[in-house]
Write a new protein. Sequence first.
Length: 106
Amino acid sequence: MSADADRYDGKLMLRLLDAYVLDALGALDAATAQANAANAVKIASALSAPGLTWQGSVESAMQMPPDSQDALRTLWERHVHQTIARGKTPNVIAWTHELVDSRFNE
């Protein structure tokens, strides 16, 4: 996710939401996953949101329903099928940015 430094400049929640979606889809890079896991307590504190994991803190801060990760996977699978049907290749990063920007506009 380092290629998106400008996207995240001063926007912790945006960075975490993108990471949350990518994590739910199994597409989060290892370095970000490890850093977020190591900083789970700091993330919870920064968001003023309880959570045993960084994902739980994001869910708490955004008041997400318990099935959020499953719902994200369903949306992604639908997108993949639609994109392939149009003869294109799905891009998980671009889709994540579009989703987060449209649903969680800061």
